[in-house]
Design a protein around this ligand. Structure first.
Ligand code: FES
Length: 63
């Protein structure tokens, strides 16, 4: 599933980034992809994924 349509990265890519150590913050995930939020619609989901990675939980499903 695409997380960020502006930059074209997926939930799988975010999970890989988090596993690779980009889990310190939401901003760290964007730095990993060498970008910054454009429209910002993906920020809440990326934030949830970062939080879930910290607590070993599945991120909540957003619709
Ligand atoms: S969807 Fe990620 S910045 Fe627009």
């Amino acid at each position: 599933m695409y997380v960020c349509l502006c930059h074209g990265f997926t939930d799988r890519q975010v999970k890989c980034a988090l596993e690779a150590g980009a889990g310190g913050s939401t901003a760290a995930v964007y730095r990993h992809f060498e970008c910054a939020p454009r429209c910002g619609k993906c920020v809440p989901l990326v934030r949830d994924m970062v939080r879930a990675a910290r607590t070993d939980e599945e991120p909540p499903v957003r619709r």
